[in-house]
Design a binder for this molecule. Structure first.
Ligand code: NAP
Length: 306
């Protein structure tokens, strides 16, 4: 961590200790930041508290105690609630010098509105959604796309450097969420393409592992294939990134696209395949379960490769 030798690290808060938030909080502890945490389901904070984090009793308490407060929650209404709830939401502790960093994936418009509310109280709010999945969260190798004030980012940067290897300032408030929407188009379509390839190839009788290995060495190689290839071969659909959350993201993508008059036929197709999987009760499965929607269409299951 880069900091002045004479200064102690700032207190950092983390609100939301799910698949992403818990390992991110752990990386902050490991980097030496004093950590204050809050999670709606309190028991999910127990292991971190045992390892040295302090437990707060509300989002407001986290934000009051921390110089930099990170939120990493499910969806737009959840983030709005945690910031605005009375009397103990994050915004209740907003004051000059405070930096809030929302790393959840939410609608760009909501990100802009929350940032304006924080600014009205003298605080800065950055939208800083992430890509890299649960693996990137554990390894501290996330790509973080930041929208908002450059000075606030400069203050948050040492904290973000404990979480990710690429921190890109992509524009003003909301721009981080726009870039994350772009990211989710590419990840969704890549998974769908991978599913099509594996269904076709294996129905033709080729070993799925041979397909994955060959594709991984050529132009079809991708980080998605690298991270999810083995799990797909093992037919392991434990999340990872829940289908419900990626479906939520494609909702954000398509709403933004409608507002801007941008047709996105590929994203719309993936959203429909996700809807089919949700209908089968697989909303809590990994988003790679989209391959099972394609299997159903082809009446063919990709064989499990041990
Ligand atoms: P998750 O495992 O489902 O965790 C969600 C977290 O949000 C939990 O701590 C949950 O608390 C909290 N939460 C949800 N609604 C809440 C509310 N109304 N009030 C208070 N707390 C609430 O999800 P995740 O995978 O960590 O994802 C978190 C965010 O990161 C999402 O926006 C997702 O799109 C994004 N993201 C995820 C991945 C990934 O690979 N998983 C990758 C990039 C970005 P409880 O424990 O009480 O339920």
């Amino acid at each position: 961590m880069i900091r002045n030798a004479s200064s102690s690290p700032p207190v950092v808060g983390v609100i939301g200790l799910g698949i992403m938030g818990e390992p991110m909080a752990r990386n902050l502890l490991r980097a030496g930041f004093p950590l204050v945490v809050w999670n709606r389901t309190a028991a999910r904070a127990d292991a971190l508290v045992a390892d040295g984090a302090q437990r707060a009793s509300s989002p407001r308490e986290v934000a009051a105690r921390a110089a930099v407060t990170i939120t990493i929650l499910s969806d737009t209404p959840d983030v709005a609630e945690v910031y605005r709830r009375e009397p103990d939401g994050v915004l209740a502790a907003a004051a000059p010098g405070k930096v809030f960093v929302d790393m959840s994936t939410i609608a760009p418009r909501a990100a802009r509105e929350l940032a304006a509310e924080a600014a009205a109280r003298g605080a800065a709010l950055l939208d800083a959604p992430v890509s890299g999945g649960d693996v990137g969260a554990r390894e501290g190798t996330l790509s973080i796309m930041v929208g908002g004030d450059a000075d606030a980012l400069a203050r948050a940067r040492p904290v973000l450097e404990a979480l990710g290897t690429r921190i890109t300032h992509v524009g003003s408030n909301g721009a981080g969420q726009v870039v994350k929407a772009c990211n989710q188009i590419v990840v969704g379509l890549t998974l769908e393409a991978l599913g099509e390839a594996l269904v076709l190839g294996s129905k033709a009788g080729v070993d799925p592992r041979a397909i994955v290995e060959a594709l991984g060495g050529g132009l079809a190689a991708s980080r998605v294939l690298e991270v999810r290839g083995e799990q797909l071969l093992a037919r392991d659909f434990a999340p990872g990134f829940k289908l419900d959350l990626h479906a939520k993201d494609l909702g954000i993508v398509l709403e933004e696209a409608r507002e801007l008059g941008v047709p996105l036929p590929g994203a719309a197709l993936v959203a429909e395949l996700f809807a089919a999987e949700r209908e089968r009760g697989r909303g809590d499965a990994d988003n790679s379960t989209v391959v099972r929607a394609l299997e159903a269409l082809a009446e063919h299951e990709i064989p499990r490769v041990p």
